[in-house]
Structures are given as structure tokens and as C-alpha cells.
Design a protein around this ligand. Sequence first.
Ligand code: CAA
Ligand code: NAD
Length: 284
Amino acid sequence: MSEVKMIGVVGGGQMGSGIAQVAAMHGVDVFLHDLDPQALSKASSSISSSIHRLVSKATLSQAAGADALKRLHFTTDLEDFHMADFIIEAIVESEDVKKSLFVKLDKIAKSSAILASNTSSISVTRIASSTTRSSQVIGMHFMNPPPVMKLIEIVRGADTSDETFAVTKALSERLGKIVITSKDYSGFIVNRILMPMINEAFFALYAGVATKEDIDTGMKLGTNHPMGPLELADFIGLDVCLSIMRVLHAGLGDNKYAPCPLLVQYVDAGRLGRKRGIGVYEYS
Ligand code: CAA
Ligand code: NAD
């Protein structure tokens, strides 16, 4: 495939909007799609305020900021993706919902287009099986927040071709990221290790070992993490953390991955973290 010129990003939440921003800032034209027009307008304002902040701090020139904003297009119509060379899915962490989206993308996208998923944990092989182009399906896992975090974890499904991998790696590097590669097992590398730590922090809170503040301070100052595990769970989204734990539990089959009942209860109560103004902590 020749150079990726246009990307389609599906899902305008915290990850999709960040991915769209990174791509536009690196000279790629981007269509960002969400079913929810309110999510799109929130994405548009958060991307422009982030770009304006970078310009005001002189991290980005005025011309580069204006150029990035011009490259971004927001749409509620998935059919607009027929011109995209590369599509990155960043919708809800549910295998069924992702598969039904990939069925649609497979029909809409041009035959040469690569379909990537930003899934945190779900089998890329199974997502690919819902399409007629499994060799062109791959996991491209950005970290949150995408404009800041340096890593992309690339996940090869059982059928992912060498060419699809090479194009995805080259694109990731063009976006200024460092790539690691994982086989397609639940949670890949990062979340297989990170999520049990977050889940264990919920168990410590649930068992009354310490206050939430002391659990977070313990891990921040005791192990030099930028955020404590409960604060990080709120940042990621408790719904996303729970979905990942469920995938680890089902996929790796060990009870050590069973989600903490307190995490389940917070999600049941709609305490999804920062994005809802309440999770483990409250946000004003
Ligand atoms: N978009 C763009 N820039 C952002 C940003 C965002 N959403 N959030 C922060 N920044 C920038 C700020 O503008 C600031 O830039 P300057 O240094 O140029 O001023 C810089 O990042 C630092 O931000 P702050 O000073 O506001 O705050 P901070 O120092 O506390 O850093 C943080 C914020 C980068 C999020 C930091 O707390 C951190 O690294 N936290 C841990 C994040 C992490 O672990 N992410 C991975 C989660 S796991 C995952 O993503 C995988 C999964 O599947 C769940
Ligand atoms: P989010 O809840 O912030 O955003 C999801 C967006 O997808 C919402 O705006 C929603 O309206 C939209 N959406 C849902 N179904 C859709 C569909 N069928 N078509 C179009 N849009 C649809 O979620 P997020 O935190 O951005 O996570 C998105 C994906 O990225 C998940 O797979 C998650 O596991 C992964 N991820 C999340 C993080 C994180 O820290 N939150 C980090 C890395 C990867």
C-alpha cells in the first residue's frame, strides 16, 4: 500500500478524539465518526482547546496548529469512510458491538484499506473473523492520553499479514510513537499486567486495608507511578477496566482475574470515573 493519506477514526470518546488529534498533528487527513452528535461536538472542542494550548505554549507553531485543525472532519455518517486508507476503531470495549461495526466497515471501506482496532483486550483474531479481509485487520493499541503517551502496542491476529503489520508500524512511527508487538492473547502485554494491579487496588479498598488516598499515595510515592491505581482507574474509565478484567478472566481462565465486586458495583451505579464526574473519587 502507498502512504496513508487519510484515516477514519470511529468513536469520538477520550481515545478516538486523542487519536484523531495525533494523526492530524502529524499531517494525516482525518474523518472522526461517532453515532452520538454530542460526543462529536465534545471531541471537536476538546481537540481544538488541546491544539490551542500547544500553540500558546509554543510547542506547536500557529501555522502547524491551523493546519492540524483543517485536516480534521467530523461526521455522523460512516459512509464518509469510503475514501480512508486506514481505519482505527475506538468504540466501546464490547466484542459484539465491535464485530458488528467491523461487518459494516468491511462493506464501506475500499478493498485496500486496513481496519485497526484500539481494543484494550479483545481478541483481534475474533474481531477479524467478522470481515472478509482478516489479513488486513490488526490491533493498534494507543495509550491514554494518546497525544502524550509514547507507546503503541501492535497486536497481530492469527491472519494479519506482514504487509498490514509493516504499514501499521510505519504509521505508528510517523505519529511519533514507539511500537511494541504482542501476540493475540487476552489483554496483550500492557493490560495483562496493569489491570490485575488496578483490580487488586479495588480489593484492598474493598477489604478495608486502607483509604483510597493512602492506596494511591502508596503506589505513587512508593513505586514512582504518575498516578495511583484508583486514580488511574478513574482516568481510564471504570467501565473500560471492568470490561478488560472480564476479558482477562474469560480468556485466561484463572480466578486471579475475577473482577473485584466493588469495581462491579461502582460500574452498576454509573460511577464510571472522570468522564462521569464520579468514580472512586468525585470531580467538580
Ligand atoms: N491531551 C493532550 N495533552 C495532555 C492531556 C490530554 N488529554 N493530558 C495532559 N496533557 C499534557 C499537558 O498539557 C502537559 O503538557 P506540558 O508538559 O507540555 O505542559 C502534560 O501532558 C502533563 O499534564 P499535566 O501537567 O496536566 O498533568 P500531569 O503531569 O499529572 O500528567 C498525565 C498527566 C500525562 C495523564 C500523567 O498523570 C500520567 O502519565 N498518568 C498515567 C497515564 C497512564 O498510565 N496511561 C496509560 C493508561 S493504560 C492505557 O491507556 C491502556 C488501556 O487500554 C486502558
Ligand atoms: P469512551 O466511552 O470515552 O468513548 C467511546 C465512544 O464510542 C463514545 O463516544 C460512543 O458514543 C462511541 N460509540 C459507541 N458505539 C459506537 C458505534 N457503534 N459507532 C460509533 N461510535 C460508537 O471510550 P474510550 O475510553 O475512548 O475507549 C474506546 C476504546 O479504546 C475501547 O475499546 C477501550 O478499551 C480502548 N482504550 C481505552 C483506553 C482508556 O484509557 N480509556 C486506553 C486504551 C484503549
